[in-house]
Write a protein that binds this ligand. Sequence first.
Ligand code: ZN
Length: 343
Amino acid sequence: MSLTLDEARALHDEICVLDLHADTAKLMDKLGYDLALRHERPLPRRMSVFGHVDLPRLREGGVAGQFFSFWTNPYPERGCTRSVVRQLDALDAAMARHPAELAWTRTGADVRAAKAAGRIAALGGIEGGQALEGQLDAIEAFARRGVRYLGLLHFSANALGRPAKGRGADPAQGLTALGRDAVRECERCGVIVDLAHINRRGFFDALELATLPPMVSHTGVLGVHAHWRNIDDEQLRAVADKGGCVGIIFARRFLGSASIDAVVDHLLHVIDVAGEDVPALGSDFDGFVVPPIGLEDVAALPNLTVALSRRGVGPRALEKILGGNVLRVLDAVPAWGRLASPS
Ligand SMILES: [Zn+2]
């Protein structure tokens, strides 16, 4: 049964909608981007690569929780820890200025409580293991500041492993010894392992070690569009076997089309191959990507819900795709891991 836009908005009000990946904190740190202001799109649509997310538009899109992903210039592997700290500081500062609007969250219960209190739930993730600068201790320090996932790789090789493509790519090399230790340390500290951007060999190395559900925070799938950035059916099934989730990216070049229906195609492929407990949203908003038509910013998210319903996705699967699967993973990977919780 297809939903009207109003019905889609009503559904978003009722459930918890979560997105796994937006690069907004870098804009806040570097450009003084004010998360509390509504930003008009700064560039024409076809080149609108950032300015997709702010609090008014998160509300308009019916989003309960947004993962802010902290990315760093991956080469050289220096100054990266400091860069993540600055992005965390920028998000903390926004929260201090707008405590009634924005709340740090770590767990499914936190997200639900924030929503009930009328606040947008902010969650943290890191994109690229270069953020550790080779120091495993950094994982605990970041976890204590609220980081809930660590993307092991980004666009270049780092001390943990090799990227799917980019500087230092090598399909024959998997995780390094430090990369393996990083997976274990993440689990100790309650940090979810994010397998976006990692090469295939490293992907399976990490899954073999993982005892807790992993995620792929933002990706397309090869079953729909052949692109080096996308993951294949075996990878999808392997994530499903570990109880993880896969966020589908809203980037034309990885989707293979400028149509909002391409996002639906990728999500439905995940369901076909790995089941309805796996798909999630991983927009990559503000990450120098051009989103599809009809999904230009986070305010437009209910359009995707309408598009999914038109393709036969029912309310139960919609709830899982839009946030339920992410909540499940948040609950399955305890926020403080085996660290002593501060509370
Ligand atoms: Zn990325």
